[in-house]
Design a protein around this ligand. Structure first.
Ligand SMILES: Cc1cc2nc3c(=O)[nH]c(=O)nc-3n(C[C@H](O)[C@H](O)[C@H](O)COP(=O)(O)O)c2cc1C
Length: 396
């Protein structure tokens, strides 16, 4: 079959061998911002499983912006060398290494999700040392009972814009080929965008134009510091249940495109609640592809490439999203945790031949032989796809 999912795509000077992306996912496993062999194995296995673009988890441009004390850092040159080892490993399998650059603002200094996620009762030192101060656009806490952050001064804002640029320079030295700026999920850039979190009365607050200023400045500075031939993505919360609507995202996407953002990665939520982010809500639940309509609308109305994410699980579902022109790339999060070999599984289900050339020969040679055997043996992951009996249809 002729598959769009497995058709390579050129983004500036970088070629992805397919349109499957490992969505950035924090593993909260660093000490003082440092990576370990965990990250080599964790990220390496998606590259070896055939993923085209492998995103390193949300990595902080400033230690104050760590969501937890176990987030990775890129605020210092000392982080470059250990990352180089990981990017080289990923590239060895024909995958492209990407990194998400982030600052959590008032949502920093929290416990890990499986430890309750809330603000830490005992304030630890900053990763790397020193007192850990919370900063945000305004002195407004994330929840009424959360700590109140300090409102950033204009000088503080300027330093943070530059911090993204400096981190991009380090990311380039570390061998990453794609940078994604994290402007979603209620973190610092989203806090600036939001009228609920941003009560500033200067040029960074008030009107939509003013609230978008920080996001656009970060994108502009990152683009300036990031090599011309390397693509730049920005993840946004397309809607957030707190006053930010899809029309605002379309306006933002137009401005981001104008300053050199190549792909808008369309997530949602995180400002008022975390349910949208991963599509988990006891009350209503979120169906397959619940954020795809945002990627579709932003793509159409802002005329920019988009990446869809959120409950994209099945091969035929991912293929249809691309074929129907709803997004240019599909990012897969938890289903990759479930099956890091998702791309080769998808290739078989879509009938892409040979398919196993997406992975190292040490695996591919044997799996292809088995797949061609006269007596058919189906892999343990075998299902017909989203239209198989008992599957729920994707929400549109
Ligand atoms: C364990 C975990 C960690 C995550 N960490 C990040 C992150 O670092 N940056 C980010 O933008 N989104 C993060 N997310 C959101 C995912 O990237 C993705 O957008 C979300 O899980 C929906 O996609 P899925 O249904 O394919 O998992 C995380 C999600 C999970 C489950």
């Amino acid at each position: 079959m002729d598959s769009l999912l497995f058709t390579p795509i050129e983004l500036r000077g970088i070629r992805l061998k397919n349109r499957i992306v490992l969505s950035p996912m924090l593993t909260y496993s660093c000490v003082d911002g440092n990576l370990s062999d965990w990250h080599l194995v964790h990220l390496g296995k998606y590259a070896a499983g055939g993923t085209g673009l492998v995103f390193m988890e949300s990595t902080k441009v400033d230690p104050r912006g760590c969501t937890t004390p176990a987030d990775p850092g890129l605020w210092d040159d000392r982080f470059i060398a250990p990352m180089r080892r990981i990017t080289a490993f990923i590239k060895q399998f024909g995958a492209v290494p990407g990194i998400q650059l982030s600052h959590s603002g008032r949502k920093s200094r929290h416990a890990r999700p499986w430890e309750g996620r809330g603000p830490l009762d005992i304030v630890p030192d900053l990763p790397g040392g020193g007192p850990w101060e919370l900063v945000a656009p305004s002195a407004v806490p994330h929840e009424p009972d959360h700590p109140v952050p300090s409102a950033l001064t204009r000088e503080g804002i300027r330093e943070l814009v530059q911090a993204w640029g400096k981190a991009a320079v380090r990311a380039d030295k570390a061998g990453f080929e794609v940078v994604e700026i994290h402007a979603a999920h209620g973190y610092l850039i989203h806090q600036f965008l939001s009228p609920a979190a941003n009560r500033r009365e200067d040029e960074y607050g008030g009107s939509l134009e003013n609230r978008m200023r920080f996001a656009v400045e970060v994108a502009t500075e990152t683009r300036r510091c990031w090599p011309e031939h390397k693509p730049l993505f920005m993840r946004i919360s397309a809607i957030d249940s707190a006053g930010w609507e899809i029309e605002h995202s379309v306006e933002l996407a137009k401005r981001l495109k104008a300053v050199g953002v190549d792909v808008v990665d369309c997530s949602s939520g995180g400002l008022a609640d975390m349910n949208h982010v991963a599509g988990t809500s006891g009350a209503t639940g979120y169906g397959y592809g619940y954020q795809v309509p945002h990627a579709e609308r932003i793509r159409r109305e802002a005329d920019v490439m988009t990446m869809a994410v959120g409950h994209i699980v099945h091969a035929d579902q991912a293929e249809a999203i691309l074929r129907d022109g709803r997004a240019d790339l599909v990012a897969i999060g938890r289903e990759m945790l479930h099956n890091p070999n998702w791309p080769i599984d998808a290739a078989q289900k879509l009938g892409v031949k040979p398919g196993f050339d997406q992975i190292p020969s040490a695996y591919g040679y044997w799996l292809e032989k088995r797949a061609r055997a006269r007596v058919a043996v189906q892999p343990s992951t075998w299902r017909a796809g989203i239209d198989a009996p008992g599957e729920r249809r994707p929400s549109r």
